[in-house]
Design a protein around this ligand. Structure first.
Ligand SMILES: Cc1ncc(COP(=O)(O)OP(=O)(O)O)c(N)n1
Ligand SMILES: Cc1nc(C(=O)O)sc1CCOP(=O)(O)O
Ligand SMILES: [Mg+2]
Length: 208
């Protein structure tokens, strides 16, 4: 699957009180993948918010991905992102079907990425590349890894962790297909600034 562009990830604390407004502002600027990332156990709210995001994504022709929760993804007919402690990938691929987007966290490991690809991952995510407000304790990754991934893997490569408009260019130069961003996109003071940032990320990736 050819996936390239901005991968916007929601954060329930950062987006409190402006959740849909800021997400729509990002979609307005151009988002290839939108991930619903909510670490709470409030099932009813999670379903409500994920359904609202699915409706928005349909309007903007953006693909919705649910973090961690394959059952919710199956219920909504959308994709999922799985980390190394979120369970095996192959049964989730079987549950969601061959067309669904299934992403996998691979930290800084090419071996994990090759395994994920062999189990049916649509894309692999490496990180974190910079200091992250959202997940400061995530293991770190470096640019050389991206070059090797670009050569060895035949699926899209995603970078995550502390990515901003100021530091993203080297990631793109090293072959990244997807820039996954929370704070560098949604940490803006206004929805107009979210849209401006989304457009600027797309320009970096040379996406119109
Ligand atoms: C695109 C993308 N990459 C990595 C992650 C991190 O997944 P995981 O390691 O499972 O950590 P949590 O996000 O679940 O805290 C991600 N969500 N998205
Ligand atoms: C959810 C997540 N996973 C990471 C990893 O390295 O696996 S870094 C991260 C947080 C990304 O948010 P921000 O753009 O604000 O740094
Ligand atoms: Mg996870």
């Amino acid at each position: 699957m050819k996936l390239r562009g901005l991968y916007a990830i929601t954060d329930s604390q950062l987006l409190a009180g402006k959740f849909l407004a800021y997400v729509e502002a990002a979609l307005e600027g151009g988002v290839t993948l939108l991930q619903y990332r909510d670490k709470s156990s409030d099932e009813a709210r999670r379903l409500r918010e994920a359904e609202a995001l699915r409706n928005l994504c349909e309007r903007y022709k953006t693909q919705l991905i649910i973090n961690d929760d394959a059952e919710l993804a199956a219920r909504l007919g959308v994709g999922v992102h799985l980390g190394q402690t979120d369970g095996p990938l192959a049964p989730v691929r079987a549950l969601l079907g061959h067309k669904a987007i299934v992403g996998a966290t691979c930290h800084a490991s090419l071996a994990l990425a090759e395994q994920a690809a062999s189990e049916g991952a649509t894309y692999v995510a490496f990180g974190r590349f910079f200091n992250s407000n959202t997940k400061p304790g995530a293991p770190s990754a470096n640019l050389e890894l991206l070059e090797q991934a670009h050569i060895k893997l035949h699926i899209p490569v995603c970078a995550i962790g502390g990515i901003t408009l100021e530091n993203a260019a080297p990631l793109v130069a090293h072959g990244v297909d997807l820039l996954a961003v929370v704070h560098g996109l949604f940490g803006a003071d206004s929805s107009a600034e979210v849209t401006r940032r989304a457009r600027a990320f797309n320009e970096l990736l040379q996406i119109k």
